[in-house]
Design a protein around this ligand. Structure first.
Ligand SMILES: Cc1cc2nc3c(=O)[nH]c(=O)nc-3n(C[C@H](O)[C@H](O)[C@H](O)COP(=O)(O)OP(=O)(O)OC[C@H]3O[C@@H](n4cnc5c(N)ncnc54)[C@H](O)[C@@H]3O)c2cc1C
Length: 422
């Protein structure tokens, strides 16, 4: 006689939703977490306001999950972003839409989302054990038998859901514990890497902190391969830091820079900033000329003010090989063209990213070829399910990872509960 029908390991968004879906189907469910509190990472997501989901259409959601988003089509059939919105509204958590379809609680408090989820889990009779790390998932005869807690206690169940998250921000409890249990069941783990992570550059002007703290609004950041081919562009905001680049579009580009490094074996990757994404180079040059013609006797370092952030001017002139003392009248056509070209494509050479521990999201994880996308069950071990960031799925920040966690969690919990009837 088993202690439980389903044991869910990990109380992040995926594990909490798996607990709810399993308990709603009448299963006897245990949720175990090693931390004192559930939903710690969820509690700091979206700047502490909890970006519960994104309201975009399915194809758009998938496009914003560059790490195997297509695997999620079946899970979205079970529980998608609109179901997440209804779910929270039924729990009394009113949501509001912000820029780019991001959904937040009206309270702006992640804690309200976490407590509503935990209350729902409790109301369904799920037993919750906190401060109890699972040490091992127990297998026998090709199926799950239960789990071993680090206290030495064994708990039996016909199904286990591994919802232990990735390896990023380990102080929230996500320390990669699920990977060895997957390997013990015969699974492979694709290479783990930091995604949605700040970018590191060894450019002298970055190291000297020349632009540290400067934010650029509504620019385009592009990653180039060594052959000069565009890999990806993202438009939005970014910031220069003491080590490189951060902010939304730098985070989005981070995984692609790593991709270029891996594919080509190169250490240095060229990124470029387009300060005028709505204009072509010709139009930028015309604007520049208009400005210089207005004040032909003025030094260009002063004329350029108003066209671009003041702190960028010395760097831009240096890259163009021009003296800031040159007047508009003295500046030859080739000088104007050089400035316009840099305003459209200012190069920043970058050399890597910050660590996995500092990343918002872990790339790589349990190999999806070994998981049934309709149920989230392992194809190798009966009764073993995976959900959330432990899987080889990663999206941009903006609610996409949390949506993937809720959706795969719901699917895993539902099918783990149904399997006890088989
Ligand atoms: C600062 C920050 C901001 C973010 N903002 C966004 C955002 O705006 N939009 C977005 O989509 N995503 C965002 N993310 C990512 C998102 O929070 C995660 O993708 C999501 O929380 C993953 O959910 P999960 O359930 O898979 O795992 P986690 O939330 O990592 O939860 C895993 C749980 O498993 C428990 N656990 C681990 N090992 C064991 C064990 N051995 N025994 C028992 N329990 C264990 C942990 O204690 C933890 O509670 C952000 C992440 C960070 C760090």
């Amino acid at each position: 006689m088993s202690n439980y029908d389903v044991i869910i390991i990990g109380g992040g968004p995926s594990g909490l939703m798996a607990s709810i879906a399993a308990a709603e189907r009448g299963a006897a469910v245990l949720l175990v977490d090693k931390g004192a509190k559930l939903g710690r990472k969820l509690g700091i997501s979206g700047g502490g306001r909890c970006n519960v989901t994104n309201v975009k259409e399915t194809s758009e959601l998938i496009a914003h999950i560059p790490g195997n988003g297509r695997f999620l089509y079946s899970a979205f059939d079970h529980f998608n972003n609109l179901d997440i919105i209804n779910f929270f509204e039924e729990l009394g958590i009113a949501l509001k839409e912000e820029d780019n379809g991001r959904m937040f609680p009206v309270s702006d408090k992640a804690s309200s989302v976490v407590s509503a989820l935990v209350s729902k889990v409790r109301s369904l009779g799920v037993q919750i054990i906190t401060d109890s790390p699972v040490q091992e998932v127990l297998y026998g005869d090709g199926r799950v038998e239960g789990v071993l807690l680090s206290s030495g206690k064994k708990l039996t169940a016909g199904a286990a859901v591994i919802a232990t998250g990735g390896k990023s921000v380990p102080q929230t409890g996500s320390t990669g514990d699920g990977y060895p249990w997957a390997i013990a069941a015969g699974h492979t783990i694709t290479e783990l890497f930091p995604t949605e992570v700040p970018i590191v550059s060894r450019e002298e002007w970055i190291k000297a902190g020349e632009l540290q703290g400067l934010s650029l609004r509504d620019v385009t950041l592009t990653v180039w391969n060594p052959k000069g081919k565009k890999v990806i562009s993202h438009r939005g905001d970014m910031i220069f830091t003491h080590f490189g680049l951060s902010g939304p579009i730098a985070l989005r580009c981070s995984q692609f820079l790593r991709q270029v490094q891996r594919k080509t074996g190169t250490d240095t990757v060229e990124l470029s900033i387009d300060l005028f994404p709505d204009l072509n180079q010709q139009e930028v040059e015309s604007q520049l000329q208009g400005k210089l013609d207005l004040e032909p006797k003025k030094a260009i370092r002063n004329s350029l003010k108003g066209l671009l952030p003041e702190r960028l001017i010395p760097l831009l002139l240096d890259k163009a090989g021009l003296s800031g003392d040159t007047t508009g009248h003295q500046l030859p056509r080739s000088g104007q063209q050089a400035i316009a070209a840099l305003l459209k494509r200012m190069p920043v050479h970058v050399h890597g990213t910050r660590s996995l521990a500092e990343a918002f999201v872990t790339g790589g994880g349990v190999n999806l070829k070994e998981i049934d996308p309709k149920t989230m069950e392992s194809k190798l071990m009966q009764g073993l399910y995976f959900c959330g960031e432990v899987l080889d799925i990663h999206g941009y920040t903006g609610g996409y990872n949390i949506t993937a966690a809720f959706s795969t969690g719901y699917t895993a919990g539902k099918h783990a509960a149904l399997q006890r009837d088989q």
